[in-house]
Design a protein around this ligand. Structure first.
Ligand code: FES
Ligand code: FES
Length: 264
């Protein structure tokens, strides 16, 4: 009876008996469309040798000279448009109450769009990797890290940045509380802290539990202890260590009966 060698078995190669009855591994049964795998590999090698010898490659149907040392991976080699910037696409956004229609490169982050295209530099770029919270803005009332958000993903959204919280000369209660409680030193993280705190109070009111919420079965607003504030604001880093003032400011605003949040 024909037996598979261990190597052949693991490679999925079938074993057939030879003329003397000894098992022989062969891939001949894989022949399809008149060409065996061995024939195919041989042809491939010949074709590769030909293009290498000529020093040319095919890209988008045109023969182009390869730069020495330039390697094109399989995806790039097969994509005629690789290397070309994608076309701009249209985006509609409501930012701080004003409607905007823009043409944006699909790779643009919301943070860069706000800062570089719209001049809203109050939103800060800290780490650009979703780790510091300096870029926090509100989308339809919910806080997000705008450095991780592709602008096009938010087509039609309502964006509130730090510039949109105040009403004219009247600061948002959270802004005023940060000043009152010295919740800032250099101020770099502050716009993100304030937007995050405003979004967080909305989450509290909706009853969203956090890691330190003791009773997750409870419905209605969560009791906002200092531990809850610290946990829920832990995505916003302050390198100056203004945390005591930040917690005090958030606590004070959370106790206001007529707490005003965003324009949304
Ligand atoms: S800049 Fe977005 S999280 Fe740091
Ligand atoms: S106030 Fe300086 S980083 Fe927070």
């Amino acid at each position: 009876m024909a037996q598979k060698s261990p190597a052949a078995a693991s490679a999925g190669v079938r074993a057939t008996p030879s003329a003397d009855g000894a098992p022989v591994d062969t891939d001949e049964p894989r022949r399809t469309s008149g060409m065996s795998r061995r024939d195919f590999m041989a042809n491939l090698g010949t074709a590769y040798a030909g293009t290498t010898a000529l020093g040319v490659g095919s890209h988008g149907g045109r023969a182009v000279a390869e730069r020495p040392g330039s390697f094109k991976g399989p995806a790039e080699a097969q994509d005629p448009g690789a290397g070309e910037p994608p076309s701009a696409l249209e985006l509609s956004l409501r930012v701080n109450g004003a409607e905007h229609r823009l043409q944006v490169d699909p790779r643009t982050t919301l943070l860069d769009l706000l800062r570089e295209r719209m001049g809203l530099a109050g939103t800060k770029k800290g780490c650009d990797h979703g780790q510091c919270g300096a870029c926090t803005v509100l989308i339809d009332g919910r806080r997000i890290n705008s450095c991780l958000a592709l602008a096009l993903s938010y087509d039609g959204a309502d964006v509130t940045t730090i510039e949109g919280l105040a009403r004219g000369e009247a600061l948002h209660p959270m802004q005023a509380a940060f000043i009152r409680h010295d919740g800032l030193q250099c101020g770099y993280c502050t716009s993100g802290q304030i937007c995050s705190a405003v979004g967080m109070l909305q989450e509290i009111e909706e009853g969203a539990a956090s890691r330190v919420t003791s009773d997750v079965m409870r419905t209605g607003a969560v009791q906002l202890t200092d531990d809850e504030i610290r946990e829920r604001m832990s995505g916003n880093i302050c390198r100056c260590g203004a945390y005591p003032g930040i917690v005090a400011a958030v606590r004070e605003v959370s106790l206001m009966p007529t707490m005003r949040r965003t324009r949304t």
